[in-house]
Design a protein around this ligand. Structure first.
Ligand code: AP5
Length: 218
């Protein structure tokens, strides 16, 4: 039976960092709506151009655009057995659409929320650097500094700072999370599929805990 593992949590909670490692270990493709949107932006697609203004201002991209993009991704061959979701769902309509899709496919679902205090999130986001060659390669100027300045440790690609990791935008993203995404914790809790983890710990420790929960639910 296939399964969907959802990583929830505010911007900077470590969803992308953990998903990049977990996907391989759990044999599930890592599907990040943020990465998919940024790829569209790089390629200059209509979707990317439409999403840009929302992303740069820390607002959510409209549900209809995100849902079409996600459905197309989940129809790919590698998602036949499910996937590891990072950054999706973020609104109640997205969560409801996902729950319907999971039921149609007969997949199991587990949602894990990573909890991290706002002060730590700010520090993480403002120091984050992302690889231009592969957005799943994430580093931090203090917490996982690159061996060679400005270059990704994994593939040597150029590291850059995301437009939405600038101080003015980070505050808005945290607010949008509280208003629009945090209420989903109740949604998944009511379905009996939610686990909450302390994400303010060493990256390895968090990874081990997520793996343990994923195995228990398997
Ligand atoms: P998205 O790309 O999804 O961003 P986000 O949810 O804001 O999450 P982040 O990528 O900022 O944080 P993360 O939790 O992945 O943290 P990370 O692992 O990098 O979305 C961007 C935008 O796209 C949205 O604002 C919206 O406009 C749009 N969008 C995307 N999905 C959408 C949707 N479904 N609906 C509508 N709009 C959507 O870690 C952060 C830093 O901390 C890194 O530098 C890392 O090295 C470090 N770090 C991580 N864990 C630890 C640890 N344990 N200890 C120390 N440092 C750590």
């Amino acid at each position: 039976m296939g399964r969907v593992l959802i990583l929830l949590g505010p911007p900077g909670a470590g969803k992308g960092t953990q998903a990049a490692r977990l996907g391989r270990r759990l044999g599930l493709p890592h599907v990040s709506t943020g990465d998919l949107l940024r790829e569209n932006l790089e390629r200059g697609t209509e979707l990317g151009l439409g999403a840009r203004a929302y992303m740069d201002q820390g607002e959510l991209v409209p549900d209809a655009l995100v849902l079409d993009m996600l459905r197309a991704r989940l129809e790919c061959e590698d998602c036949r057995g499910g996937c590891l979701l990072d950054g999706f769902p973020r609104t109640l309509p997205q969560a409801q659409a996902l729950a319907r899709l999971v039921a149609e496919q007969g997949w199991r679902m587990l949602a894990i929320s990573l909890e991290v205090p706002d002060g730590v999130l700010l520090e993480r986001l403002s120091g984050r650097r992302v690889c231009r060659r592969d957005g799943a390669h994430i580093q931090h100027v203090l917490f996982s500094p690159p061996r060679q300045a400005g270059r990704c440790d994994v593939c040597g690609g150029e590291l850059y700072q995301r437009e939405d990791d600038r101080p003015g935008v980070i505050g808005r993203r945290l607010e949008v999370y509280r208003l629009q995404t945090a209420p989903l914790l109740e949604f998944f809790s009511a379905l009996g599929v939610l686990s909450v983890l302390d994400g303010n710990r060493d990256m390895e420790r968090v990874l081990i805990e997520i793996e343990r929960l994923a195995q228990e639910a398997a």
